[in-house]
Design a protein around this ligand. Structure first.
Ligand code: 3HC
Length: 324
């Protein structure tokens, strides 16, 4: 407990009061502004996890670039996977404004100390998975990140604004693939329904554990890093996705799904949270494969980083320290 008679403690209590007043007034906090250390740590945790998710998220879809069924689909998927790399870069930059080094964040991922979204530890077994990922996974990401685009930290809010614009194309691309397959041959319909059945429940888990079991939510909501809780966003995602499934004649794999007139929401069945915790502990179907791919890429890319560093050093003007 800080001693309130100590001048630093008085300063910091006053700084905290002013900081919270700014948050309450809806002001954005910028990198050079005073912020509580805990606010900084929470942002570094979230933004770096988000950046790692974008980068690891390239793997399941990248797997289908060479097998896309036609050139138009291949170009779309290639552009999408490239966008995800870009999102990772915006987010690493946003995290760097909080005083962390990019290499430090990447090391934490490679050593298994940092998390990334559990959803990318599921396999993409068929082409239809690419459509369903765009529809569900990018759809869920848009719901979450539209909120984060309004968060209290300026650089993270602006990064999400740009990410959401691009994610909207991804979702449309995915839904178009789903809609084409669902109105195709019986085999195509079967393939897309199977993908819906496999991705539905893991997609609902993307919003994080239920509010009552979410240790970070209270603090994040208080500082307007999050503006809605995990359960509120999950419900919103279900409410918008149920009519989209009906429009393409696909069934969502939940016998308890029903519209509740009183609340105006679609009620859904129990989520198997034991599966979620197993995946985030490292025991999902593809955790080992994903981490191996990231570690191999890091090792194989070492010469590129060394060459870029050598080039930058060679072209640095030694009198001013500026690059030529
Ligand atoms: N996958 C992996 N870990 C998850 C998770 C998920 N889907 N949901 C929650 N967790 C982890 C949390 O990180 C936390 O662990 P930690 O304290 O060790 O970091 C723990 O489970 C408890 O969860 P909380 O609810 O307390 O955590 P948060 O309040 O931070 O909420 C969150 C979790 C909703 C994921 C939030 O952190 C968030 O919005 N993060 C930023 C967005 C993000 O990372 N999205 C990932 C998807 S990006 C994407 O999908 C790419 C796109 O191209 C499709």
């Amino acid at each position: 407990m800080p001693d309130p008679m100590m001048p630093e403690a008085i300063d910091s209590a006053e700084q905290l009061r002013r900081f919270e007043k700014r948050i309450a007034a809806g002001e954005k906090i910028e990198p050079k502004d005073w912020m509580p250390e805990r606010y900084r740590q929470q942002l570094v945790r979230m933004i770096s996890q988000h950046a790692h998710s974008e980068v690891v998220g390239m793997l399941p879809e990248g797997n289908w670039i060479t097998r896309a069924p036609m050139l138009r689909r291949k170009m779309g998927l290639l552009a999408k996977v490239q966008d995800e790399a870009g999102h990772g870069m915006y987010l690493y930059c946003a995290a760097e404004t909080l005083g962390v080094d990019r290499r430090e964040m990447i090391e934490a991922l490679l050593q298994g100390k940092a998390k990334y979204s559990h959803i990318f530890n599921y396999p993409t077994l068929a082409w239809a998975d690419i459509g369903v990922i765009g529809w569900f996974v990018d759809g869920a990401a848009i719901v979450n990140q539209t909120m984060l685009a309004k968060c209290s930290y300026g650089p993270y809010s602006r990064a999400n604004l740009r990410i959401c614009k691009e994610e909207n194309f991804h979702k449309r691309q995915g839904y178009e693939i789903v809609s084409t397959l669902s109105s195709g041959t019986p085999k195509q319909r079967e393939m897309v329904q199977d993908a819906v059945n496999r991705w539905w429940w893991p997609s609902l888990m993307m919003f994080g554990p239920p509010d009552a079991s979410s240790p970070n939510s209270a603090e994040l909501l208080r500082w307007k890093i999050k503006l809605h809780s995990n359960d509120e966003l999950r419900q919103h995602f279900v409410d918008i996705t149920v009519p989209q499934a009906a429009a393409v004649n696909l069934a969502l794999p939940d016998p308890n799904l029903r519209f509740d007139e009183a609340s105006g929401h679609w009620k859904f069945g129990e989520i198997d949270w034991s599966e979620f915790y197993e995946v985030i502990k490292g025991n999902g179907p593809c955790n080992r494969e994903r981490m191996k791919a990231r570690r191999d890429a890091d090792t194989e890319g070492a010469w590129v980083r060394a060459a870029a560093r050598a080039y930058a050093e060679k072209h640095t003007d030694t009198t001013t320290g500026a690059g030529a």
